[in-house]
Design a protein around this ligand. Sequence first.
Ligand code: SF4
Ligand code: SF4
Length: 176
Amino acid sequence: MMEYQKILDLPKQTVDKNKSFITKLKRKKANSIDDMFHEKHEEVFEDIDCLKCGNCCKTTSPIFREIDIKRIAKKQKMKAVDFIETYLRIDTDGDYVLQTSPCAFLDQEDNSCTIYDYRPLACEGYPHTNRKNMYQILDLTLKNTEICPAVARIVTELEKATNMDRPKPRTQDGRG
Ligand code: SF4
Ligand code: SF4
């Protein structure tokens, strides 16, 4: 059982709030949201240890670009075609992805990546919450709240923080 499963089990109310938060973010100026994501990313990853999780490698596949395939196959002393034949398939978007999950390169004893130094770029960047132009991947980020406990925490905490910033509506009798 993944150590951080509890973080992923967000109550429905939180899931709904996060969804509308992401929708609101889409209306903001394109590059105005990067800083808040990056700051929260640093904060959350001080607490969450990927080696105690591994959920991304266990449940989803990165995209393998041709350059990734060539590099990894070479290191594995395999021909690229054999590497593809053994590990990859083409998904509905036409990208190379893993045939099976968990990833064949995940050491399930300690959640380490056995090809860490030459892993696909997509793995290197995951969960993509510290990259530039976050506005381009808001839907993906919302989806990742179901996979990555760090993303679940980042989005939930950002939603809460922006909610607190907003002035509370006054009640009818004006006592606030
Ligand atoms: S290549 Fe490594 S980092 Fe990428 S999914 Fe597989 S185990 Fe995880
Ligand atoms: S990136 Fe997210 S899902 Fe992947 S191991 Fe780290 S915390 Fe877990």
